[in-house]
Design a binder for this molecule. Structure first.
Ligand code: MG
Ligand code: ZN
Length: 218
């Protein structure tokens, strides 16, 4: 069917551009992460708190992906780092082409870490390589512990799982052990961190991991 052919062509083209992005980033000594989650998991807050902690220790740039508005880029902009907003105008995922355009607009001189905040969606972003080194899933304690089973494609492709909003745990019926079990069942190699950006819980471990990542270790 023609629809399938067109979709395959789009994905093939995306893969080529993703590879171009990855090569460009590698040539310029920049390590990149693709942050994935459903809407409202706390990705932007996590980025803000990460910039607060690591801003003085490494040079970071941010690309924000949203369906509408540049609200997230405005929040990140307050930290004085290079930031670009991609507005997809209804598109439910970022594509390598859009990230390439955003990279073109940014001054990435001396940048060591590029954080790409994808559109909030646990389905199709898994299929679009942006040229990142690794995918990171942010899943908050206000979501269900069954998410890894429901969105297995995403969890299979990711290297890291950040369980966010850990400070809310006492108020929720959320089975943390079950989430870990489900996530590791889908992807046994997944590294799991528990964080609460607002209280700072687990942020030192996450930032420590980022320093290792920028040094090229994981
Ligand atoms: Mg956001
Ligand atoms: Zn999509």
């Amino acid at each position: 069917m023609s629809v399938i052919t067109i979709e395959r062509k789009i994905l093939e083209r995306n893969e080529q551009l993703g590879q171009q992005n990855r090569e460009w980033l590698a040539r310029h000594g920049i390590r990149a992460l693709n942050l994935l989650s459903s809407p409202g998991s706390g990705k932007t807050t996590l980025i803000e708190k990460t910039l607060e902690r690591l801003g003085g220790r490494m040079k970071i740039a941010v690309i924000e992906g949203d369906v509408h508005t540049s609200l997230d880029a405005e929040r990140v902009d307050r930290y004085g780092v290079p930031v670009a907003q991609i507005v997809t105008q209804g598109g439910c995922h970022l594509e390598a082409r859009l990230v390439q355009q955003a990279m073109d607009k940014l001054d990435l001189t001396g940048i060591q870490l590029l954080l790409i905040e994808n559109v909030g969606n646990l389905v199709c972003p898994a299929n679009y390589d942006l040229g990142e080194n690794l995918k990171v899933i942010v899943l908050s304690t206000t979501e269900g512990e069954d998410k890894p089973l429901k969105y297995a494609g995403m969890f299979r492709n990711a290297s890291l799982l950040l369980i966010s909003k850990m400070d809310l745990l006492p108020y929720l019926h959320f089975d943390l052990a079950a989430l870990r079990r489900n996530a590791l069942q889908i992807n046994p190699a997944l590294r799991v961190f528990e964080v609460a950006a607002t209280t700072g819980q687990g942020m030192e471990a996450w930032c420590g991991w980022l320093e290792e990542f920028v040094a090229g270790r994981p």
